[in-house]
Design a protein around this ligand. Structure first.
Ligand SMILES: Cc1ncc(COP(=O)(O)O)c(C=O)c1O
Length: 384
């Protein structure tokens, strides 16, 4: 008995020691620049690292409260995440005003897109989506034997809901819309989208990927389709902690849907978020100050970029997410190489718009570097 007690005390002391040194390292980490997660951008030519604005990552960092929660949890990662997953589900349910049974937490939102595709894909059945768009769900749908029907965006690079509706046929089982769309960044009028979803045949599920919606004009509440989920419509929403919350490397996201849809989709689960992700997710939801700071930083730097594009006369789609999609008139692979030459990494090709480029919003300093290099490259190429 006493041996067991000693063992327990020993491991507790070790944990406390570990925590002590973790907090010491935390003090170093909490130097302001590290907290904001800002990449150091040294304007001295040759000495700065590449400006990474290619992956829609949050350059403003993540919540300090989440960082503390991670460090407090570190000594206990020898245990599974049962309680922490429960706490994350409850925190999400409280935030979304839905019962806990509606919430499916996953390791990033990518898995909820893929699980849903697996659950609905069937030979002869199709998913309708828009191009250019975010293809993770539809690629999986295709891999599992289904067909994909794509509808082009309109002249303003926005969704043409009439055309999407016209593409729905008797074999359609799902419509996938990313709102704001990736890569165009445009959003759909929320009332028009609600009407569109309500008018779909009842057996067709509407999957709305709201990965970037917090950054749209009017914010989440005004634009989200969560109201339809609460009303019991055949709708699945996906959200992520990778974007505005800045936790891309930790992998936490979730789907929200009716319990019978949860039963159908969860069969394809390959595991939820890890323990550190769960506690960081709960802490992030409580950190209103970080959220506000992240949203306002995104909006102000995004405006700085579009102001300069206006000045240069460069065409771009109305950006409502964490990135700007602009027309360079240069084949994207060549443009990527030209920018990389100047230590700026920009977004990948998004067919069929192969002379456009998606640029993620970085810090103000990073975007200043981007804009300077962009102006130089575009001038050299005779595009402005
Ligand atoms: C529209 C959209 N949905 C989902 C994801 C998946 O992100 P994550 O798995 O990090 O949540 C991304 C990633 O960039 C995205 O752009």
């Amino acid at each position: 008995m006493s041996n067991i007690l000693e063992l327990k005390q020993g491991s507790r002391q070790r944990s406390i020691l570990k925590l002590g040194s973790l907090f010491a390292s935390a003090a170093l980490l909490f130097a302001p620049q590290a907290v904001l997660g800002q990449h150091e951008v040294d304007t001295d030519e040759g000495s700065r690292g590449p400006v990474k604005i290619n992956g829609n990552e949050n350059a403003f960092g993540y919540s300090q409260m989440a960082m503390m929660a991670i460090m407090q949890e570190l000594p206990d990662i020898n245990r599974y995440a049962w309680e922490e997953t429960r706490a994350l589900i409850d925190a999400i349910a409280a935030r979304e005003l839905v019962p806990a049974e509606y919430v499916v937490p996953t390791a990033g939102s990518g898995p909820i897109l893929q699980m849903t595709a697996m659950a609905y894909a069937e030979e002869g059945k199709n998913v309708v989506t828009v191009a250019p768009g975010y293809m993770q769900l539809v690629r999986t749908f295709e891999a599992f034997g289904g067909d994909v029907k794509t509808v082009p965006v309109n002249d303003k690079l926005e969704y043409d809901l009439e055309a999407v509706k016209a593409a729905v046929d008797e074999n359609t089982v799902m419509v996938y819309l990313c709102n704001p769309n990736n890569p165009t960044g445009t959003i759909v009028d929320p009332d028009a989208l609600k009407t569109f979803i309500r008018e779909l045949p009842p057996e067709v599920v509407a999957f709305v990927d709201e990965a970037y919606l917090e950054l749209a004009d009017g914010g989440l509440e005004a634009n989200s389709m969560i109201g339809l989920v609460r009303e019991g419509e055949n709708v699945i929403l996906a959200r992520t902690f990778s974007k505005v919350y800045g936790m891309a490397g930790l992998r936490v996201g979730y789907g929200i849907m009716k319990p019978d849809t949860v039963t159908k989709v969860r069969k394809y689960s390959m595991g939820g978020p890890n323990k550190l992700g769960c506690v960081a997710g709960v802490a992030s939801l409580q950190d209103a100050a970080f959220f506000e700071q992240s949203v306002s930083s995104y909006r102000s730097v995004r405006k700085m970029v579009t102001d300069k594009l206006d000045e240069l006369g460069v065409e771009y789609a109305d950006p409502q997410g964490s990135f700007v999609f602009m027309k360079t008139g240069i084949p994207i692979k060549e443009f990527q190489a030209m920018m990389e030459e100047e230590q700026v990494l920009v977004g990948r090709p998004f067919p069929p718009m192969l002379d456009w480029c998606r640029v993620s919003i970085g810090t103000e300093e990073e975007m200043q570097v981007f804009l300077d290099v962009f102006e130089k490259v575009m001038t050299d190429q005779g595009k402005i």
